[in-house]
Design a binder for this molecule. Structure first.
Ligand SMILES: [Zn+2]
Ligand SMILES: [Zn+2]
Length: 335
């Protein structure tokens, strides 16, 4: 691994002493990952790939690069020849070596059919958070995006939704939502404040939103449909309640319609951590891993742009110092 920043070491520190309880820290995923990684061929292949053997190796490698993770994992199981050919795809080899936690996380939450080997490789080798551009130390494995801690814990796009919530929020039927990128939550403890989550299915927020806009024709049409429907449900509830009360019935419980959005505790919302793996960035030219580092001047800061969760690389850290000043006594000072 690359030294975080030799010339800046006295102004930075490599990691926080916090446990975020991500998907790749779930014991089931850790166990699966070590099983996946320890599988080795003890004997060379004795059979070929049948009809596929007619294709030149380079073409097979290109096809495998473009195939989705679910398919290449099935292909890997076909026979020893398939295992060897897949391992000869340099992108897969890099992913299996440097992002095995993400690869196994994808298999565990069953999102492999929406993510290609090539996409995972590109995200492995791109450092920036796709929302804010800061160093992104994580991959969101529902649709494979690189993201930083602050965006994954605060941006709506990184909050996977229950199917019923997505239907309500974007005015969609479950037959549409069920076809969108969904994940199977691995039961366990997630988020820094250790919230337990049971088995359930969650859908990607952005995919559901786009499906909603497409189905209704525009954002405004979707918003109107959703708010009209919610008003109708509220009115129906109020009418039923009033009717029960007028009959002197106080014992029948009439269920209030669910709110459009349940409370989102942001970094305390376990749904935001069930598809997240910590993944360093692979520098393709040097084959070194970049994990980013924290700023000592922001160690106690909690309000952006100064925040202890932000991570930097050498260039972005120099810009950060130029913008907010050098560090004295653990704080930035301009001038
Ligand atoms: Zn970000
Ligand atoms: Zn700073």
């Amino acid at each position: 691994m690359r030294d975080p920043a030799p010339q800046l070491g006295h102004l930075t520190y490599p990691k926080l002493r916090l446990k975020d309880n991500l998907l790749d820290e779930n014991p089931n995923v850790i166990q699966f990952q070590s099983k996946y990684g320890s599988f080795q061929l003890h004997e060379p292949p004795t059979t070929n790939l049948g009809t596929l053997s007619r294709l030149p190796l380079e073409l097979l490698q290109q096809v495998l690069y473009q195939l989705d993770i679910a398919t290449i994992v099935d292909f890997r199981r076909v026979n020893r020849q398939a295992f060897t050919i897949l391992d000869s795809v340099s992108a897969y080899h890099a992913v299996a070596k440097h992002a095995r936690n993400a690869l196994c996380g994808i298999i565990a939450i069953v999102t492999g059919k929406w993510i290609t080997c090539g996409t995972l490789y590109k995200k492995l080798s791109t450092p920036g958070c796709e929302i804010c551009g800061d160093f992104g130390g994580y991959l969101y494995l529902l649709t494979c995006k690189r993201v930083c801690f602050l965006c994954l814990s605060e941006n709506p796009l990184y909050l996977p939704l229950r199917i019923s919530h997505a239907c309500r929020k974007f005015g969609l039927g479950s037959e549409i939502v069920n076809k969108l990128p969904c994940m199977r939550v691995i039961p366990g403890t997630y988020s820094p404040n250790e919230k337990k989550v049971a088995r359930c299915i969650l859908v990607d927020y952005e995919s559901a939103r786009i499906a909603g806009i497409t189905a209704h024709g525009s954002i405004s049409a979707m918003t109107r449909f959703v708010s009209d429907l919610q008003t109708q449900k509220d009115e129906k509830y109020n009418a039923r309640k009033a009717a029960a009360l007028s009959l002197g019935d106080r014992s029948t419980h009439i269920r209030r319609p669910p709110a459009l959005d349940p409370y989102d505790a942001l970094s305390g919302n376990p749904f935001r951590f069930g598809a997240i793996a910590r993944v360093a960035c692979l520098d393709i030219a040097t084959q070194e891993l970049e994990r980013g580092f924290h700023c000592l001047g922001c160690e106690r800061a909690k309000r952006l742009p100064l925040h202890y969760r932000r991570k930097f690389m050498v260039a972005s850290f120099k810009d950060h110092l130029a913008q907010y000043g050098g560090i004295k006594n653990g704080e930035h000072h301009l001038g």
